[in-house]
Ligand binder design. Sequence first.
Ligand code: ZN
Ligand code: ZN
Length: 158
Amino acid sequence: MNDISLNGHCSCGEAKFNVNGAPLFRAFCNCTICQAYNQASFADITLFRSRDVVMPQEGSVVFKAHRFPPILHRGTCVSCGKATIEYLQAFPMPRIIIVPSNNIDDKALLPEPSIHIFYDKSVADIQDDLPKYRGYPASQLAFGRKVMAALFRGTQAT
Ligand SMILES: [Zn+2]
Ligand SMILES: [Zn+2]
């Protein structure tokens, strides 16, 4: 179960990280902060347990919290300025690492995305069968439930 090994990096390759452990889940976030941070119309993100992730070398990534309270810290590479890796710290929950899925070398090892959140901010009409949550409370709740379910389920990729 725990033997998935993944390598990842920012778009220029200066900021590298790796993961030894199964993803918690994968999702699409359509919020405007994610759009700007990922320079894309929506974010394709995969979540991991912090203990499974070897973070990029200190100084290669700058972390910034874009809203208050500072729970989610988005990291950009100091060389290319692109979205690299994020962490979610909401005590008393364990720290969660969020990775733009495109930064993972072998995306075929990732689970399929399971939800859209902040779909009210979507800039495109996305044709898929995934549940689409709109607005802050519904999106936060759906996301939180996914995190909790994945943490309590143990590490499985599906
Ligand atoms: Zn870079
Ligand atoms: Zn977002």
